[in-house]
Design a protein around this ligand. Structure first.
Ligand SMILES: NC(=O)c1ccc[n+]([C@@H]2O[C@H](COP(=O)([O-])OP(=O)(O)OC[C@H]3O[C@@H](n4cnc5c(N)ncnc54)[C@H](OP(=O)(O)O)[C@@H]3O)[C@@H](O)[C@H]2O)c1
Length: 340
């Protein structure tokens, strides 16, 4: 095992504005030996996520920046190929924050076992993982949806947005999605049951389209993107609206801070609330979220899609595709088939 090489993708340089493939480099090194309480995990699937763009920058945020020259850390589903931890055995399937590499060594306490009989193992990185929990707590805890209310979701065909919109539907809301292609519009309306959808790339007048799609105004706005889309939605909010600030992907690659029309007067005159959150704020309630999400998925009430690119070497391309809207649902990279 120790002679086998471990391919790794490292941060080669920090991007200015939109990153490209030159920000990453692929290297190889030997698979490290295990120490007491450690586990060797072979990567099967890895997750690329928009928040990783923030970690490519220098400077303080809620997670530290990726160090230059180091392997990129991200969500991985893998199989245990060697273990010096009593709770893990060869063949176990696990999920954890590991790396963009073929093999990772991790302390057992950083890994969670997954049951392949419960759901496909990829869901541990999507609908039954971080994005699903983000949609659940953002919508349920901050949005507080009530039957008959109107909910707008931006980034609506993505991993978080597609789940957030469906969760609002499960609470009896009218749900309007905003997304960037006709295929995505069809997906969220025809397959996921959203009541209406707006293609922000082709709509001539976003405010008019919102007025038509939301004749009673907007009670909850689940924001994944920020920027012009959010400026437009804020002009339609109702009295005591809740704005769930989940993501701002339209701003992640800007070189200079964005200055918008500052529609905050709309919040003031409507006694509205805007609240940011990071899913880890809810860590002590993850079991509750997982239980609800698992029930809904197994009952067919919560649907999901995954866009899967093959090959570790294509991970940077999959990541960059998030900013070009290339994914529907959760974007994953398949690195290997289970072997044990
Ligand atoms: N608060 C938290 O704890 C938390 C946790 C997870 C994710 N998030 C945030 O939630 C958002 C969605 O994450 P995700 O993992 O579900 O990603 P995702 O929605 O599956 O993928 C990103 C999508 O964003 C859209 N997009 C990209 N650039 C855009 C732009 N300039 N303007 C408008 N839309 C753009 C694209 O769809 P279109 O084709 O529709 O443009 C793309 O498919 C991100 O902002 C992410 O940072 C927050």
């Amino acid at each position: 095992m120790s002679e086998q090489k471990n391919r790794q993708i490292r941060l080669a340089r920090r991007p200015k504005g939109m990153p490209d493939e030159s920000c990453f480099e692929m290297t190889e090194e030997a698979i490290p030996r295990l120490r007491e309480k450690e586990v060797l995990v072979r990567t099967l699937y890895l997750s690329v996520d928009p928040y990783m763009r923030g970690r490519m920058n220098e400077g303080k945020s809620y997670v530290p920046p990726f160090p230059l020259g180091e392997v990129i850390v991200g969500g991985v589903v893998g199989e245990v190929v060697d273990s010096r931890h009593p709770d893990f055995a060869k063949g176990d399937l696990v999920v954890g924050q590991l790396g963009w590499q073929d093999y990772s060594v991790a302390p057992g306490k950083h890994l969670t076992k997954i049951d392949p009989d419960l759901a496909p193992i990829t869901t541990a990185l999507g609908i039954l993982g971080m994005p699903g929990l983000t949609a659940y707590f953002g919508m349920v805890d901050i949005g507080k949806p009530k039957s008959g209310e109107t909910v707008v979701v931006s980034g609506a065909a993505g991993a978080v947005g597609s789940a957030a919109g469906q969760i609002a539907k499960l609470h009896g809301c009218r749900v309007v999605g905003i997304a960037g292609s006709e295929e995505k519009i069809r997906y969220i309306t025809e397959e996921l049951g959203f009541d209406a959808a707006i293609n922000y790339k082709t709509v001539p007048d976003m405010r008019k389209a919102l007025s038509q799609a939301c004749p009673k105004g907007v009670d909850i706005y689940f924001d994944n993107v920020g920027g012009d889309i959010t400026d437009a939605v804020l002009t339609k909010i109702n009295y005591q609206a809740r704005i769930v600030l989940c993501g701002q992907i339209a701003l992640y690659n800007l070189e200079k801070p964005d200055v918008g029309p500052r529609n905050f007067t709309r919040l003031l005159i409507n006694s509205a609330m805007m609240k940011g959150f990071i899913v880890s704020d809810y860590a002590d309630r993850f079991p509750e979220g997982m239980k609800r999400l698992t029930e809904w998925v197994s009952q067919g009430k919560l649907k999901y899609r995954e866009t899967i690119i093959e090959g570790l070497e294509n991970t940077p391309r999959a990541f960059l595709g998030l900013f070009r809207g290339e994914n529907i649902g959760k974007q994953l990279v398949k690195v290997a088939d289970p072997q044990v």
